[in-house]
Design a protein around this ligand. Structure first.
Ligand SMILES: NC(=O)C1=CN([C@@H]2O[C@H](COP(=O)(O)OP(=O)(O)OC[C@H]3O[C@@H](n4cnc5c(N)ncnc54)[C@H](O)[C@@H]3O)[C@@H](O)[C@H]2O)C=CC1
Ligand SMILES: O=C([O-])C1=[NH+]CCC1
Length: 359
């Protein structure tokens, strides 16, 4: 038989050549199948419990701070379209939040439902999908409830670090859900809090939050006390830092209840028809948002109150001098309007993955 180079090969030699080639092909197929399986096999699911064990606010706060700076000042280093919102009638929302962040080497998409009426189930449920940014392979699925809880509180802690008085001692929490607890833990990581005041509409849930705070590793019984307050006005009286973490549709906070020097993290009101802040708060305050675009298209605190966003948090951190005058002209009240960003989820998911790989 003649091969392409026209050299003659005897039949027995051809048989062994065929055998050698088929062994090589077989080897290649085996390697390709293994790689394909590795790439397309079932990725791990990282539960909320595991995330809690891996993440600390000490690691997470600087990560979220960097993501906020990237978002506001390094536009060419990330890609994050506005999130999409699917309204499921009057009961809830499904949000999709994709993002690529080069400084975090993170490619991720969070899918989260927001059902404020849930009683036995969490109001925020879903997954964060983390991809390998080099190959596009799916690396892991993670519980979105815990990531959302912790990264949102970390963003408020970052805002408080740059806007609240460094000697802040009294923290007021309006709302007694998942975010109220995570906000206590994140803010107690950065400030020497001595008094925590809690108010929400439901006395049993309030009492449960007080108990949960007292069981937290961040609670120092020798220097801290927790107060259960019957009204929002009583809770914020003399507070240095206030966190509004409610699912309320109508304002829960007025400016005349607040001391002259006060910082507010406004975390709820993520829909145009929802407000946590009375107009008196947004009109008096130096107002900072995680994203101008999100604040002016998603939150009633900005849209209904016709409020001006003076800075994005990432801009303020990177260039504080640009905002000194505007801040000084507003007196001592500052507000951080938080909507939540995909870049915070992507950076957090990457951090969870890296910590897991180190173990
Ligand atoms: N900015 C962000 O990145 C994020 C914002 N959120 C929003 O933050 C808010 C809190 O979230 P979760 O704690 O997970 O919700 P949750 O459902 O666990 O708790 C909501 C709390 O608000 C309280 N509440 C409702 N109306 C109130 C009122 N008028 N006065 C006082 N308390 C009232 C409820 O009793 C409950 O304790 C929600 O609006 C949520 O959608 C949640 C995740 C991320
Ligand atoms: O950023 C986020 O995940 C959310 N913001 C409002 C509800 C959930």
């Amino acid at each position: 038989m003649y091969l392409s180079n026209l050299s003659y090969v005897s039949e027995p030699a051809l048989d062994s050549l065929t055998l050698a080639v088929s062994i090589e092909i077989q080897k290649k197929i085996t390697v390709t199948m293994a790689t394909t399986q590795q790439q397309h096999g079932t990725p791990p699911f990282i539960s909320g419990q595991e995330i809690k064990g891996l993440l600390s606010y000490e690691d997470l706060i600087p990560t979220v701070e960097r993501s906020l700076i990237t978002y506001s000042t390094k536009k060419s280093e990330f890609c994050q379209p506005m999130r999409t919102k699917v309204d499921s009638g009057s009961t809830g929302l499904l949000l999709t939040m994709p993002c690529y962040s080069a400084p975090d080497s993170a490619l991720a998409c969070k899918l989260v439902t927001v059902f404020p009426g849930n009683t036995d189930l969490p109001s925020h449920q879903g997954i964060v999908t983390l991809f390998d940014p080099e190959s596009g392979s799916l690396q892991a699925l993670m519980d979105a409830e815990e990531i959302t809880c912790m990264r949102t509180a970390a963003a408020s802690a970052v805002a408080s670090r740059h806007l609240a008085h460094p000697q802040s001692r009294t923290l007021a929490l309006l709302g007694s859900g998942a975010q109220a607890f995570s906000h206590f833990e994140a803010i107690a990581t950065l400030f020497a809090i001595e008094c925590i005041r809690v108010h929400s509409r439901n006395p049993e849930k309030r009492a449960a939050l007080v108990e949960k705070i007292m069981l937290s590793a961040k609670f120092k019984p020798d220097v801290m006390k927790v107060e259960d307050c019957e009204s929002a006005k009583a809770a914020v009286d003399q507070a240095d830092i206030v966190c509004t973490v409610t699912s309320s549709r109508d304002p829960v906070l007025r400016a005349d209840w607040l001391p002259r020097l006060c910082h507010v993290n406004a975390v709820g009101a993520c829909r145009p028809d929802q407000r946590e802040l009375d107009e008196s708060v947004t009109s008096a305050a130096f107002l900072v948002a995680d994203s101008r675009e999100s604040a002016s298209s998603e939150s009633g605190d900005v849209i209904v109150n016709k409020a001006t966003v003076h800075a994005e948090l990432g801009e303020l951190i990177a260039h504080p001098e640009r905002f000194r005058e505007a801040r000084a002209s507003r007196g001592g009240l500052t507000v951080f309007k938080s909507l939540g960003l995909g870049i915070e989820d992507a950076a957090t998911a990457r951090l969870v993955w890296d910590l897991r790989m180190k173990e």
